[in-house]
Write a protein that binds this ligand. Structure first.
Ligand SMILES: Cc1cc2nc3c(=O)[nH]c(=O)nc-3n(C[C@H](O)[C@H](O)[C@H](O)COP(=O)(O)O)c2cc1C
Ligand code: SF4
Length: 447
């Protein structure tokens, strides 16, 4: 088992309350941070090598140092707790079990950035977690950890938790900002980036829940110590939410750098494939990242063991690699249908497209229809090429990365599992559970 910097004491009864959290070392990082200068804290985060845990892996210290600091203009920290990426459920797990870890991270990070009003934007469906967070925030205010003159330091912070209405696109940072401002959650055209013009057009940092929580152990142990965990530019620990055909689905905190094979098969993590079946494929970082077949997720094209790091996952580019992404690790055994899973993902992206860009608005729906046609036994010989063509006209041609997120699963499924599409088209009898597609979608088979 790797170091448990975030999940430490997760099973301690009452760890969601202030008293128990403090009795187990909680808010020590805040006391330490308030005695430091804000720029020293930014330096510690830079030294730690922490990379954003929301999906893109952008270096957190660097993002913080980009924050504009115009005289007399307030700045904000916004925590992205929208977590709607299929397969990803790590932030919810952390917030519902250790809400004070996120709140402590928010106070320390806001102090480092010079923010005096900060926000947690939480996904609409997580209403019960919203209440857990609000109760913890109330406790922190009552204990003088939030509000005016925190712990007598002279620093003041107000922290608001804001519940979205349950739209995946509101996880994209500029759509989130629009939604937080009370508008429809449409992504903004960038530049300007939030570091220059974010919430209320003020300089803003948007960071993921896990990123902000990781600031607490970084301050406690020091950036250099944190950087000793992991390999190369993938430092520290990472939460992975594992699901699918494995014996032990759940949220695991791993040291970055362990082999993928160890993560899937060892008893301390996923515990191997269910019912002794063979591994077929893995979507390693949430539904948006390219799917890889068993051989390529375990071993890179160079023949080296694939590691749980940003670099090793990306090894080979999209031809033979993928991304660590948000850490949503979806495992499929030999019985899984890649085409059916792809239809499910594509249906999701079509539903969640905000509709601003035609390639995404039209293309996601078109891909869903073609996949539905194939799955309902009416696929045409050109459908695989058609799907390839549509996805290639979305990728990189949209305002926000949701378009890419919709195209990459299609491209990778065709790249690695083309014969499965072709078999469904040539031999519709090989498609199982076809009825399911008529009833769940309430559609007739397309001619
Ligand atoms: C469609 C879409 C959905 C996203 N959803 C989330 C999300 O739920 N949580 C998150 O932290 N980042 C999400 N992101 C990434 C954010 O835009 C942003 O990069 C991230 O919050 C930055 O935090 P980090 O640097 O700590 O990773 C999403 C991006 C896109 C394009
Ligand atoms: S890519 Fe899709 S979700 Fe993103 S702005 Fe364009 S239409 Fe909206």
């Amino acid at each position: 088992m790797g170091k448990q910097l975030l999940l430490e004491h997760i099973n301690t009864p009452g760890i969601d309350t202030l008293n128990v959290y403090r009795a187990n070392g909680g808010y020590a990082a805040l006391e330490k941070a308030l005695k430091m200068k804000p720029e020293e804290l930014v330096e510690e985060v830079k030294k730690s090598g922490l990379r954003g845990r929301g999906g893109a892996g952008f270096p957190t210290g660097m993002k913080w140092s980009f924050l504009a600091k115009p005289e007399g203009v307030p700045r904000h920290l916004v925590c992205n707790a929208d977590e709607s990426e299929p397969g990803t459920f790590k932030d919810r797990f952390l917030m519902q079990n250790k809400p004070h870890l996120l709140i402590e991270g928010m106070i320390v990070s806001s102090f480092a950035l010079g923010a005096e009003v900060s926000y947690i934007y939480i996904r609409g469906e997580l209403l019960y977690v919203f209440h857990i967070l609000q109760r913890a925030i109330d406790e922190a205010y009552a204990a003088g950890l939030l509000g005016k003159n925190i712990l007598g330091s002279g620093y003041s912070l107000d922290l608001h938790v804001h519940c979205g209405a349950g739209a995946y696109i509101c996880g994209e940072e500029t759509a989130l900002i629009e939604s937080l401002e009370g508008k429809r959650g449409n992504p903004r055209i960038k530049p300007p980036f939030p570091a220059i013009s974010g919430v209320w057009n003020r300089p803003t940092v948007v960071n993921n829940v896990e990123t902000i929580a990781a600031v607490v152990p970084i301050v406690n142990m020091g950036g250099d110590e944190y950087a000793k965990i992991g390999i190369g530019k993938s430092t520290g620990t990472k939460l992975i939410s594992a699901c699918g055909h494995i014996n032990k689905p759940g949220v695991y905190e791993i040291d970055l750098g362990i082999p993928v094979e160890e993560f899937i098969y060892s008893e301390q993590y996923c515990g191997g494939i269910k019912n002794g079946k063979k591994l077929k494929a893995v979507v390693a970082g949430g539904s948006s990242v390219p799917i890889l077949p068993a051989d390529l997720i375990l071993t890179t094209a160079k023949g080296e063991p694939r590691l749980m790091t940003y670099e090793s996952m990306a090894d080979g580019g999209f031809a033979t690699g993928t991304m660590l992404g948000s850490g949503g690790f979806i495992v499929m055994d030999e019985t899984a249908s890649i085409v059916k899973n792809l239809w499910n993902f594509t249906r999701f992206y079509h539903h969640e497209s905000c509709g601003q860009c035609s390639p995404c608005r039209e293309g996601t729906g078109w891909m869903e229809k073609v996949l539905h046609r194939v799955l309902s036994g009416h696929g045409k010989p050109d459908d695989v090429d058609l799907l390839w063509d549509i996805q290639s006209k979305i990728d990189g041609k949209t305002i926000c990365p949701l378009g890419d997120a919709a195209s990459w699963p299609v491209a990778s499924a065709i790249r690695h599992f083309r014969s499965e599409f072709e078999e469904y088209i040539k031999n519709p009898a090989s498609i199982k559970d076809v009825k399911h597609y008529y009833t769940t979608n309430n559609l007739q088979p397309t001619a």
